[in-house]
Design a protein. Structure first.
Length: 439
């Protein structure tokens, strides 16, 4: 409601949909390199309501009750013709106005459905978002509102889309309209996740595996570090670029044929099918690790290799990138995630098994930090969990999602929630940041 005027017209039907956030248990920042990822849907959800708008001139109006997520702007109106333009033009329109930028995650559904599904919109849309998924905490608030909005719009249009297909459309919203270089795992979890189970997804590009049901005596709880995270940030994007630079170098070292394109290169790759995650740790250590530079300037890389295979990012010739560790991370993380899923699917959940699971999480967290995506707050939370340890029913912890702040996910016994609350309280006293629990 704006100025006392209802947002929706009571004479016309409204389509509604919901989608959850997620805790990234294993696989984060390796999804775009083809890793297995294991993701837990959160109880917190986003809700979207959509209605046709027949007023002239036709426009898409987006509103939200979460003014923090919207940077203070609760309603954004965009001419329909603007949203039906090219991806580049739509992305540029949202980038010009900081107060309207948040609406790209929602209104971008119209752009993507138009281009990818061939829908010719002849009237406007009114779309309202209400989300309980905390923004900027690394629990995929953006994917939750994207999937809720897309699901409601598709229902309004009378289209029938499988969850996987809907999730991939939402990834296009984030990549091509918002301009964030994320992989598919967040949208896939929001669209296809099952509560009480880990979504298992091999990101090549998005192949669902049977969900991993959580045993009754295993729990995952998130602790918000109070440090805001964003996948649109420089650190996340630079790590992704570094990983694709590493793949291009590995392909060259392996003698794979490369074909130049307009913005990217194409590699004929019968060995790893274009995914770093398929390089084995033994291959990496014995053949490539010492021949992939720790760091490399964008200019030197472009002069020698021409570009990467990533259609979402570009190599900036004026920047220097970490290459070796962003390349190593998905190779190791894929195997960590595979072992993690196999352990959880087994018949025992004794302390030895829990400790092995926790060790995999600690190793994943250390790899994030080595990539440059750690933060003092998340590192401290992981330290506090490690200090409390199995005696308190706490076995492991790692940063979630894109890193550089956000949330730490903790592996625990369900009865150990009071111990997690005490860690959050201690962290709050030490840092002055409120550390809320997320599950």
């Amino acid at each position: 409601m704006s100025d006392g005027v209802p947002f929706f017209d009571e004479r016309h039907p409204v389509a509604m949909a919901r989608a959850p956030g997620r805790l990234d248990v294993m696989g984060g920042i390796a999804d775009y390199s083809g890793s297995l990822v294991l993701q837990l849907p959160t109880r917190a959800e986003a809700a979207a309501s959509v209605q046709w708008d027949t007023t002239d001139p036709p426009a898409v109006t987006v509103s939200t009750t979460d003014t923090r997520a919207a940077d203070g702007a609760s309603e954004v109106r965009v001419a329909l013709a603007t949203l039906l333009a090219s991806y580049e033009d739509v992305r540029a329109w949202f980038a010009r106005d900081p107060h309207a930028r948040w609406a790209a995650y929602v209104a971008g559904a119209v752009t993507v459905v138009h281009h990818e599904c061939g829908v010719a919109f002849d009237r406007g849309v009114r779309l309202h978002i209400a989300s309980a998924v905390p923004a900027g905490k690394g629990v995929s608030s953006s994917a939750a509102i994207e999937v809720a909005a897309m699901r409601a719009l598709v229902d309004l249009l009378g289209l029938s889309l499988a969850g996987r297909d809907l999730a991939l459309l939402c990834q296009k919203v984030e990549n091509l309209v918002v301009g964030a270089p994320c992989g598919a795992m967040d949208q896939m979890t929001a669209a296809c996740g099952v509560r009480g189970s880990l979504l298992a997804l091999v990101c090549q590009p998005a192949e669902l595996r049977p969900p991993v049901a959580l045993p009754a005596d295993v729990a995952f709880v998130g602790i918000d570090s109070g440090i805001r995270h964003a996948v649109t940030g420089v650190d996340y994007g630079s790590v992704r670029v570094g990983a694709f630079m590493g793949y291009r170098i590995v392909a060259d070292l392996a003698g794979l044929p490369v074909h130049a394109g307009d913005r990217t290169v194409r590699v004929d790759d019968p060995l790893w099918h274009g995914y770093l995650a398929n390089v084995t740790p033994d291959e990496w250590t014995s053949r490539f690790r010492d021949r992939v530079p720790e760091r490399m300037s964008g200019a030197a890389f472009l002069a020698r290799y021409g570009g990467t295979t990533d259609p979402v990012t570009t190599v900036d010739p004026d920047l220097e990138y970490a290459v070796r560790q962003p390349t190593a991370h998905p190779i190791r993380e894929h195997r960590r995630a595979q072992r993690f899923g196999a352990l959880l699917a087994g018949t025992t959940t004794d302390d030895d098994m829990m400790s092995e699971l926790g060790g995999l999480m600690y190793a994943s967290h250390a790899s994030y930090s080595a990539c440059g995506l750690g933060s003092a707050g998340t590192d401290r939370l992981v330290e506090l969990v490690r200090e409390a340890g199995p005696a308190a029913g706490l076995f492991g912890a790692k940063i979630t999602g894109g890193g550089s702040g956000g949330t730490v996910v903790v592996l625990a016994r369900p009865s150990s929630r009071p111990a997690i609350e005490r860690i959050a309280e201690r962290y709050g006293r030490e840092t002055g940041r409120a550390a809320r629990l997320i599950d």
